[in-house]
Ligand binder design. Structure first.
Ligand code: NAD
Ligand code: TYD
Length: 365
């Protein structure tokens, strides 16, 4: 395989699990917009985080809509997964329970999707590998597991390398690490063609308002309190969503079989600075910010070394200034989208996560 010959060429058929979520839907929108003949089947359970409205812009375009099939189902259900995997050239697994705070409240769903679900996908690919070996199809689908920098745990100094120990500290990151280990074992034991990405904290349009940036932007628009955990000096390396989706696609096409690739962001910042920036753009006062009880086991810092992905040929395109401006503008222009997401079960979640915290909050100096 030369650099000029991608492992998965353009114009093939992809299965994108979790394609109605934040990053998965960006991937689907961006890849179909290339108009290169690629067909995508989305498999999504439509949990509270999945939203068919995230794919709605595609439906307005007949050429793109014709290359998209949506299936509602669970990656942990072999009866659903098997026939879909049999039809495709590659599987990209974005599906996961993705919010650390919810993993602290209720860990079980994280394990079901992050471990059993990954196992079901790998077994389906193993069956396709057997069919390929028997001459029933040209080759087995490539499998890309979307993982996270959180598997490294809190990184007090320096930058994580792909070979560093996995030291997850939340049920979310433990489930993601377990999923990775399963994928790695299927590469070693069964020789499946797998690649993995460890993405940094991602932000942008269509992100569920449970996460820091969209929660604070939408609360600030409504002059509601912004619950900052602890001293707000935790650091994250912010990655714009189209860069994350683009890096995943790049690794799908060019990544070495069995390899893991860090996908760092464009700027490492303490949370307080992120909040100052978005308040500045919204012209809202710092007095909205409340210091609340910290998240248990809160990782102080994530930071990764991106040399391996850089050497493969990828670099981010969107800096934090541009990305945060586009994100705040998107939330200002798409109130109907986020008000719908902040309805239904939202109030129950918000009360459980923030009720006591806000009641006991203090001024954030
Ligand atoms: P998200 O919560 O917005 O979307 C997850 C999607 O998966 C939803 O559409 C949901 O309905 C679907 N899903 C959940 N369980 C499922 C199941 N059992 N079967 C089928 N579909 C299921 O998450 P996101 O932020 O888009 O994250 C996508 C992936 O990227 C996840 O694997 C996450 O761990 C990883 N990641 C996220 C970030 C980030 O900052 N958001 C950073 C690095 C890695
Ligand atoms: P989050 O968006 O939940 O991502 P992650 O936990 O995967 O990094 O949180 C980003 C940072 O913001 C993290 O340090 C926790 C902090 N945070 C708050 O201070 N308050 C909040 O209400 C939320 C959701 C996050």
């Amino acid at each position: 395989m030369t650099a000029a010959t991608p492992h998965v060429p353009a114009g093939t058929h992809l299965l994108v699990t979790g394609g109605a979520g934040f990053i998965g839907s960006c991937y689907v929108r961006d890849v179909l917009a290339r108009r290169d003949g690629t067909r995508i089947t989305v498999l999504d359970k439509l949990t509270y985080a999945g939203n068919e409205a995230n794919l709605a812009p595609l439906l307005a375009d007949a050429e793109q809509a014709a290359r998209l099939v949506f299936v509602r189902g669970d990656i942990a259900d072999p009866a659903v997964v098997g026939p879909l995997v049999a039809e495709v050239d590659a599987v990209l697994n974005f599906a996961a329970e993705s919010h650390v705070d919810r993993s602290i409240l209720d860990p079980e769903a994280f394990l079901r999707t992050g471990v059993i679900g990954v196992h079901v996908l790998l077994e389906a690919i193993r069956r396709e590998a057997a069919r390929a070996a028997a001459g029933e199809r040209a080759r087995a689908p490539r499998f890309l597991q979307v993982s996270t920098d959180e598997v490294y745990g809190s990184v007090e100094s320096g930058h994580s390398l792909e070979g560093d120990r996995l030291e997850p500290r939340s049920p979310y990151s433990a489930a993601k690490a377990a999923g990775e280990l399963l994928v790695q074992s299927y590469f070693v034991t069964y020789g499946l063609d797998v690649v993995m990405t460890r993405g940094s904290n991602t932000y942008g349009p269509y992100q569920h308002p449970e996460k820091l940036i969209p929660l604070f932007v939408t609360n600030a628009i409504d002059d509601l309190a912004l619950p900052l955990y602890g001293d707000g000096m935790q650091r994250r390396d912010w990655l714009y969503v189209s860069d994350h989706a683009g890096a995943i696609d790049f690794v799908l096409r060019h990544g070495e079989p069995g390899a893991v690739y860090n996908v760092p962001g464009s700027q490492e910042l303490p949370n307080r600075t992120v909040v100052e920036r978005l308040l500045g753009q919204l012209e809202k006062p710092w007095s909205l910010v409340r210091r609340v009880e910290d998240r248990p086991g809160h990782d102080r810092r994530y930071a990764m070394n991106g040399d391996r992905l850089g050497a493969l040929g990828w670099s981010n395109r969107v800096g934090f200034d541009e990305g945060i401006a586009a994100t705040v503008d998107w939330f200002l222009a798409n109130e109907a989208w986020w008000r719908a997401v902040k309805s239904g079960d939202w109030d129950a979640y918000y009360g459980r996560q923030y009720g006591a915290r806000l009641a006991g909050s203090t001024e954030a100096l």
